[in-house]
Design a protein around this ligand. Structure first.
Ligand SMILES: CC(=O)NCCS(=O)(=O)O
Length: 349
């Protein structure tokens, strides 16, 4: 038993799990996504230079990663404060902030946002995908990586005493690199020491989630306390989805609000619509996975903020939940997905 057992760790300290309320388990508030910049389609360079105008909003939704300015959520603290106040008003209680080392985590800013708005914010420990690993990170042993992650949870990080309450999002690509495999093993070792929640960003291939679970399992991770993110753009076949669900992790649909015809990170992928996401959730609930499903928006670009005409952090609560209720998911099941499942996942063993 540690001092963390039975508690949830927010950027303002430990809280009782019952205090969390409705929880988005995969968001970003303060981050930079510069690592994922992709050049605009030929001919669109001028729009990409100056996109924050009404007439360019559709372009920005279709090409969010092709405008550098769009990749710096960290520049929008005042808008983020307004977003969180609106989220509370819409019935939200908690946000898991998945920004890890490599995409510019800013813990003091998260603490200030939590103080200003009353929303519980839980910060993420660990490392994002390979291309953001420094040379020093790549050279670290699994033991050293484990110690770093454990310390981020127990003592705080980035020169602060602000402690992380989950490990992740831990980034992986496809195929998974050697450096990412080391981080996954360190994640499992840290989790087995701490009894803490873990959340994973898989590569964009249907085989990636299962491969990650195998690596974590072999290293002693607790799959029942692990979330597999971004399933909406990763597994499309219902049979494969059920096979993966059977491995025992939480199943996260976290790109609600994302609308994109050509997904630049894998052009073979057809990004689903919100209606298709709801249909998949209804399928998983029907198949008996209502205790495993989680939801979020994974906001990581500016155009998705309401300030810029985006859907904001309250989209699920305001628009998606009513739709779920018309598609065979009961209010009791919605409460499981938004309250009970996050609470169980986030509570330290
Ligand atoms: C911040 C982050 O990693 N978001 C995931 C974007 S993706 O397109 O689903 O990989």
């Amino acid at each position: 038993m540690s001092v963390l057992s039975g508690k949830v760790q927010t950027v303002l300290g430990l809280v009782d799990p019952d205090q969390l309320g409705r929880t988005m388990t995969h968001e970003h508030l303060v981050m930079s996504f510069e690592c994922s910049y992709t050049a605009p389609p030929p001919g669109d360079e001028a729009v990409a230079e100056n996109p924050f105008q009404m007439q360019h909003m559709h372009w920005l939704r279709q090409h969010p990663y092709s405008c550098r300015e769009n990749l710096f959520l960290s520049q929008e603290l005042s808008a983020l404060r307004d977003e969180l106040l609106a989220y509370r008003k819409a019935g939200g209680g908690t946000i898991v902030e998945n920004t890890t080392t490599g995409i510019d985590r800013d813990l003091p800013a998260l603490r200030q946002l939590a103080k200003d708005t009353g929303v519980h914010i839980i910060a993420g420990a660990g490392y994002y995908i390979d291309c953001t690993h420094t040379e020093a990170t790549k050279k670290m042993s699994v033991e050293k990586l484990t110690d770093n992650i454990v310390s981020e949870v127990l003592h705080g990080t980035d020169g602060t005493d602000i402690r992380c309450g989950v490990i992740g999002e831990i980034g992986t690509g496809w195929p998974i690199t050697e450096s990412e495999k080391k981080v996954l093993r360190a994640t499992a070792h840290a989790q087995s020491q701490l009894g803490c929640p873990v959340i994973i960003h898989p590569g964009r291939d249907p085989a990636a989630p299962a491969e990650i679970i195998r690596i974590l399992q072999e290293a002693g991770g607790d799959i029942s306390k692990t979330v597999m993110s971004h399933l909406d753009r990763t597994i499309f076949d219902e049979g494969e989805l059920l096979e993966f669900a059977n491995m025992g992790s939480y199943l996260e649909y976290d790109l609600f609000g994302t609308e994109m015809l050509n997904y630049p990170f894998n052009l073979k992928v057809d990004m689903p619509s919100d209606s298709q996401r709801v249909r998949t959730l209804a399928f998983l609930v029907k198949e008996g996975y209502e205790d495993k499903v989680l939801m979020a928006h994974d906001i990581h670009t500016k155009n998705r903020l309401t300030k810029f005409g985006g859907h904001g952090y309250s989209h699920i609560l305001k628009n998606i939940v009513p739709k779920m209720l018309t598609r065979g998911i009961t209010q009791h099941q919605v409460d499981k997905i938004l309250i009970d499942n996050p609470k169980r996942w986030l509570t330290f063993k």
